[in-house]
Design a protein around this ligand. Structure first.
Ligand code: SF4
Length: 399
């Protein structure tokens, strides 16, 4: 009798999935993300278009399994829950995913939350919420143009706990107009009192094209209302120190977590796992190509509905670019990069490519080498952009 040995299934490759929801109740004054208000008919049409785009990936991703799903925006929580359900159903039809094992995150704006909504998210398999609190002071929230109060944010966190969420991230902003160091310290205490598992902390950046730009940018009137650079740096240093005391470790330049609650989705960007971005303007890194989706809403919806390719600017990454990304994204993580991993991926020792840059940064006290690991020092984190430039080929650096 002949016995045929069953071929062992190849393990699938991990893949991250980002789903962009480009709608908000109103535009915040500092925001340059691809988002805008829209009516219910547009939201429904967009969800249908997303599902079409998702279906188009079924054949291409047979070798992969989703490790993470991330609904970002915009404001994903502005969508009716039935649309989130529709999108997740499309994801489950097209990708291999074990919803119990995957990290499934949804960004929530406290001004759009309710207990019933959060409970439904949990039932749908969403297991992590990222809540945009930003500040604990209503006057600061009003200056930012946020649609919610701090009381709304607190209620949202309580509802999330009642709905069964045990993995919650809160966003906190610093260096806000008119904000003193004491104000910021009070905000940090209020955030800690909510006991989240994860905190993302960012200082306000005045981006061109936002209402804040004309109000606060260099040379514009009212510039003095923004905290000066020294206060900004002090807030930054305080965040790290106070959060460490409270049991949150910094695992990336702007992100802090209790042990075991680091964002798996965001970490996958920094360690170079492949990811697909679905929806308006979303970016992907897939099969060594980087690309961005169409950024015009109507064009995106029409083309996705017609089953056309909505990808734009498809750029095949040559090895130099892959190495550059490995260094720059990997060094954002406090655990640093592995020399052995570099050798494995690129077939050569890291020193043969970046030896002189590494030595120079080590001499300057900005990088530290410990066995296999190369990581930023505290001083290196403070000037991380200056460090990263050392790994970019000279022809791309505008000096
Ligand atoms: S809620 Fe977020 S995405 Fe929407 S406008 Fe405000 S900052 Fe931008």
């Amino acid at each position: 009798m002949l016995f045929f040995k069953k071929k062992k299934a190849e393990p699938k490759r991990p893949l991250g999935l980002y789903i962009h929801i480009p709608f908000c109740v109103q535009k915040c004054k500092y925001c340059d993300f691809l988002s805008a208000p829209a009516d219910d008919a547009v939201k429904k049409r967009y969800a249908d278009a997303l599902c079409k785009e998702i279906a188009g990936y079924k054949e291409l991703t047979k070798e992969y399994e989703l490790a993470t799903i991330y609904f970002g925006g915009g404001t994903p929580s502005v969508l009716d829950v039935s649309l989130i359900e529709q999108i997740l159903d499309a994801v489950k039809r097209s990708f291999f995913v074990d919803m119990a094992a995957a990290e499934v995150t949804l960004e929530v704006n406290p001004g759009t939350a309710s207990f019933e909504k959060l409970k439904r998210y949990k039932e749908l398999g969403i297991n992590r919420l990222s809540i945009g609190v930003q500040s604990a002071k209503d006057n600061e929230l009003a200056v930012l143009g946020r649609i919610h109060s701090f009381e709304d944010a607190k209620k949202t966190v309580l509802w999330a706990r009642d709905a069964g969420f045990d993995n919650i991230s809160l966003d906190l902003m610093s260096a806000l107009p008119g904000q003193s160091l004491e104000d910021y310290k009070e905000n940090v205490e209020e955030i800690l009192a909510l006991n989240p598992e994860h905190i993302s902390s960012y200082s306000l950046i005045v981006e061109e094209g936002t209402p804040f730009y004309s109000q606060y940018a260099e040379g514009m009137p009212k510039e003095s209302e923004l905290p000066d650079e020294e206060t900004d740096r002090t807030m930054y240093a305080y965040t790290k120190e106070r959060l460490a005391q409270a049991g949150y470790h910094r695992y990336e330049i702007s992100n802090y977590a209790k042990p075991g609650y680091e964002s798996r989705h965001n970490s996958s960007y920094w360690i170079g796992t492949e990811y697909l971005g679905i929806g308006l303007g979303a970016s992907s890194l897939f099969t060594n190509a980087r690309y961005h989706n169409e950024t015009d809403l109507l064009t995106y919806m029409e083309e996705a509905e017609a089953g056309k390719d909505v990808r734009r600017e498809i750029e095949r990454l040559v090895q130099e670019e892959q190495m550059e990304e490995f260094m720059i994204l990997g060094l954002r993580m406090m655990c640093g990069i592995s020399r052995a991993e570099f050798q494995k991926r690129f077939g050569k020792p890291i020193e043969t490519v970046y030896g002189s840059a590494i030595k120079k940064l080590e001499r300057q006290g900005l990088l530290v080498i410990q066995g296999d690991v190369i990581a930023l020092t505290d001083a290196g984190i403070d000037v991380s952009n200056q460090v990263f430039v050392e790994f970019v080929p000279e022809e791309f650096v505008r000096r």
